[in-house]
Write a protein that binds this ligand. Structure first.
Ligand code: MOS
Length: 726
């Protein structure tokens, strides 16, 4: 192995080579235990009881009959639960969602609000008793439907609208081509495979919570604040995780488990059911988005005006910042983006799979496709004509911006040059075929983290970092990074993660995990090597170095830092049934240095699969009258399965981040961005009818006017059911 200066261009050992997951054998043999299946002596089981009304107050919780049922140990509710602190700002800068701070008062702000926890000796007894528990309510009228013109919409403090450049209305009036359309996306659910599960217990004066979450130090800080405990007396572990997608932070399961474990003085486990997750685990709010574009005849943008509205609960403010995607993607003489929010009687939304960029790119990238048609321009050419030189809103330089390279490589591999731009001309029996494209971008950030790296006496190394591997392959990537940084092979490096006792670290979120953790590991490894160079003798307990990247990351120059991508899709539309099938997809990404091509491709293909799912399938439908979901389970809420997913190819162009020690940017979320728009644009190309409302259900395809073949005008009729989404 050669010694080189650390840096993004230094090609060494393990980073950049395919590596199967280091815990893969444990997972496929069942040796890897998930939070809900780790055994504890004396374990009791809690079952959450959720409100059946959508708004009102709990009048009475009928505990007496339930306490007499077999195995029942306790019923916790607002009348007997301990008081929690909720007035703090957590480590991610947000106040806690009261949905997690359970049983603090009698009010019911939405359907599926936690009203009680029944604890019993077995999960079956707890469930039986929970279902027998009679809770009575004073009901109040509710509103759950989101409407574009809701007078309650407002601009949240942390999400101010951005307006730069010339006068917007004047520029619009001076534009040769104008587009003004509304796009909607529905409520979407994270739907990770593993439900939320936590076991809480007191052990020698310390609270230990074994959980499935995206950040052990994050959840520890939240629990400590909420229960007024010294953070050092709380330990949160989360070793294996079956997906998170933004949903696995502090939730009702951990808090209620801690309450019950404290009360009963024995370990208590609380697991959410799939149905409970629909109201307790966060979700993506529906959005109503208005995009106005004004362009010169050649498609150069004079105006980009994007306003998005999402709904949040009455107890927690969450903004889905959908309009912000345009702040990165396109230059315009007059540029305005605003993401608004309105409070309704619905569960609290949260981050989910590229929050903001995923729904925002559906609207903006569909609008760009519509503009290309109106200008008679190729959709890729149109985008390249609007490439900004600096941040369109910030004016800051880009750390690197390889969107054009993604489109060039993608177009070549997808066969874009052979595409007939006219819609509705490719037929195969009763099927209409079409292709579409869209741009992708997502933030490339890093956040302070600490890591411990130990040189063991036997010549191996141990890395300890409170990272989380949601199933992404992060643990494996970190093993490769550590091996290179220590100038050894991955087989001599043990990476231990998912334990808050390892010290503060970034969560697995914002596509920032691996980059942030890699930075800390690289720093600790470098110092360790220096020490070993001076004093190579290792004592039996090893030599441990701790790093903290707070200063290094704080010193980063302000720049626009993003990943980019070009999405391509081909669809077949059945004109008899309205069914849309994606035939192939290609995504080419500029996403920093790729640490592990095997798991990276996994992440990107996974994101694109979400895109198909978002475009065609996912929709959590709420009944306006009851305020509840129609079918809150994975039968009623369809997530793309194997039969829905064709040949998907994901690849990348060379794009090492110049300011990162390893060259990483982060790949967790960019794969979904633009993917739904690429599918929707392909549906337009196939049929000649524009689909502005997701998902593109068969009834929406059938309700559209029949295409009349070659040379059809760009615009189909608007959806009859557009404009308001539940
Ligand atoms: Mo991701 S939605 O930032 O966990």
């Amino acid at each position: 192995m050669t010694t080189t200066t650390p840096g993004p261009t230094a090609l060494r050992g393990a980073v950049g080579t395919a590596h199967t997951r280091v815990e893969g054998r444990d997972k496929v043999t069942g040796a890897a235990r998930y939070a809900g299946e780790i055994p504890f002596t004396g374990l009791a089981h809690g079952w959450l009881v959720l409100s059946t009304v959508t708004r009102g107050r709990v009048r009475d919780v009928g505990t007496a009959p339930v306490l007499g049922m077999p195995g029942v140990l306790a019923v916790l509710h607002h009348g007997n639960a301990p008081r929690l602190r909720t007035d703090y700002v957590g480590m991610l800068g947000t106040r806690p969602d009261p949905t997690a701070a359970v049983f603090q008062d009698a009010r019911v702000p939405f359907a599926g609000w936690p009203v009680a926890l029944v604890v019993a000796e077995t999960p079956e007894q707890a469930r039986e008793a929970a279902e027998a528990l009679v809770v009575t309510y004073d009901e109040e009228p509710h509103t759950t439907a989101l409407a574009a013109d809701d007078p309650g919409a407002y601009s949240a403090a942390g999400h101010p609208p951005a307006e730069v450049g010339k006068d917007l209305e004047a520029e619009l009036a001076a534009s040769a081509v104008v587009l003004d359309e509304e796009y909607t996306t529905p409520e979407e659910q994270h739907s990770m495979m593993e439900p939320h599960a936590a076991t809480a217990r007191w052990d020698g004066g310390r609270l230990e919570v074994v959980d499935s979450n995206q950040g052990t130090t994050w959840v520890r800080a939240e629990l400590a604040a909420m229960f007024s405990l010294d953070p050092a007396s709380v330990r949160v572990r989360s070793e294996h995780i079956g997906g998170g997608f933004g949903s696995k932070g502090l939730r009702a399961h951990q808090v209620s488990a801690v309450m019950a474990a404290t009360e009963l003085r024995r370990p208590v486990r609380v697991v959410m059911t799939r149905r409970q997750m629909f109201s307790l685990a966060g979700h993506r709010s529906p959005t109503v988005q208005r995009v106005r574009l004004g362009a010169d005849p050649d498609g150069r943008l004079r105006v980009l005006d994007h306003r998005s509205l999402n709904r949040t609960s009455t107890v927690f403010e969450f903004v889905e910042p959908s309009a912000s995607v345009g702040q990165v993607l396109y230059a315009a003489d007059a540029h305005r983006t605003a993401s608004h929010v309105v409070r309704l009687d619905v569960p609290s939304p949260t981050w989910m799979r590229a929050p903001g960029e995923a729904p925002g790119s559906f609207a903006l990238e569909t609008a760009l496709d519509e503009l290309a048609v109106r200008c008679g321009a190729d959709p890729i050419e149109l985008r390249l004509r609007n490439e900004p030189e600096t941040g369109p809103v910030s004016g800051l330089p880009f750390s690197s911006r390889n969107l054009a390279a993604c489109f060039r490589e993608g177009a070549r591999r997808f066969g874009w040059a052979d595409r007939d731009p006219r819609p509705g001309v490719r037929r195969e029996g009763h099927l209409l075929l079409g292709t579409g494209t869209a741009a992708a971008t997502y933030g490339a950030g890093a956040a302070p983290s600490t890591a411990l790296v130990t040189a063991e006496a036997d010549g191996s190394f141990t890395v300890r970092i409170a990272a989380a591997d949601l199933g992404t392959g992060a643990r494996t990537a970190l093993t490769q990074i550590a091996a290179d940084a220590l100038e050894t092979v991955p087989g001599r490096v043990r990476v231990r993660i998912g334990d808050s006792d390892f010290g503060p670290a970034m969560i697995a979120g914002g596509s920032m995990g691996t980059r942030s953790w890699a930075w800390a590991i690289t720093a600790a490894a470098a110092e360790l090597r220096e020490r070993l160079a001076v004093a190579p003798d290792i004592p039996p307990e090893g030599i441990t170095v701790r790093s903290d990247t707070t200063e290094a990351i704080g010193a980063l120059a302000r720049k626009e830092r993003h990943t980019f991508g070009a999405q391509f899709a081909e669809v077949a539309v059945d004109t008899a049934t309205g069914e849309v099938r994606v035939r192939r997809m290609l995504g080419i990404f500029a996403a920093g240095r790729i640490v592990n091509p095997l798991t990276a491709r996994n992440q990107l293909v996974g994101g694109m699969t979400w895109g198909i799912s978002m475009a065609l399938h996912e929709e959590a439908v709420r009944d306006r009258n009851t305020g509840r979901h129609y079918a809150p389970d994975l039968a009623g809420y369809h997530v793309a399965t194997h039969a829905d997913v064709p040949d998907i190819e994901a690849d990348w162009v060379d794009d090492p981040d110049p300011d990162d020690p390893v060259g990483i940017k982060g790949i967790g979320e960019v794969g979904i961005v633009g993917a739904a728009a690429a599918v929707a644009n392909a549906v337009w190309h196939a049929t000649g009818v524009r689909q502005r409302h997701l998902p593109i259900r068969p009834d929406r395809v059938l309700a559209a006017p029949a295409p009349d073949g070659a040379g059809r005008a760009a615009d189909g009729a608007d959806e009859a059911d557009g404009g308001a989404v539940d």
